[in-house]
Write a protein of this length. Structure first.
Length: 119
């Protein structure tokens, strides 16, 4: 897949609740995910299984009541960015949250090899 197709499919998957399903299609097996801050699980997650675990943790821990995912913004031949905005609550505590973050994705050989989040 080319950059535009990967970017559009990542966004569509997020909007249609297919993000975990898209991991196998869009990510390299050795992809790396980097968070802006350590929230108790470390900033860097390596490998597709680890990234899948992050998604599963989010789904188990957070209840999203509203949100949006921007159209992808392409940058050159190998990168794109997406803006995520969500409102919801932590399932365990009921504490409400609002978040806005930018995801920067790096693509090599038709797969996402690195994602970085800024918030």
């Amino acid at each position: 897949m080319d950059l535009k197709t990967i970017a559009e499919e990542l966004v569509a998957g997020c909007r249609e609740n297919r993000a975990i399903e898209n991991l196998d299609r869009l990510y390299a097996p050795d992809a790396v995910s980097v968070e802006a801050a350590d929230m108790g699980r470390g900033r860097v997650t390596e490998g597709l299984a680890g990234i899948r675990g992050k998604h599963e943790w989010w789904d188990a821990s957070m209840e999203v009541s509203d949100g949006s995912v921007s159209d992808p913004m392409l940058h050159g031949e190998h990168r794109f960015a997406v803006i995520f905005e969500f409102q919801g609550k932590e399932k365990q505590t009921g504490k409400a949250f609002e978040m806005k973050e930018v995801g920067l994705y790096h693509v090599t050989d038709g797969k996402i090899v690195r994602e970085e989040f800024f918030y």
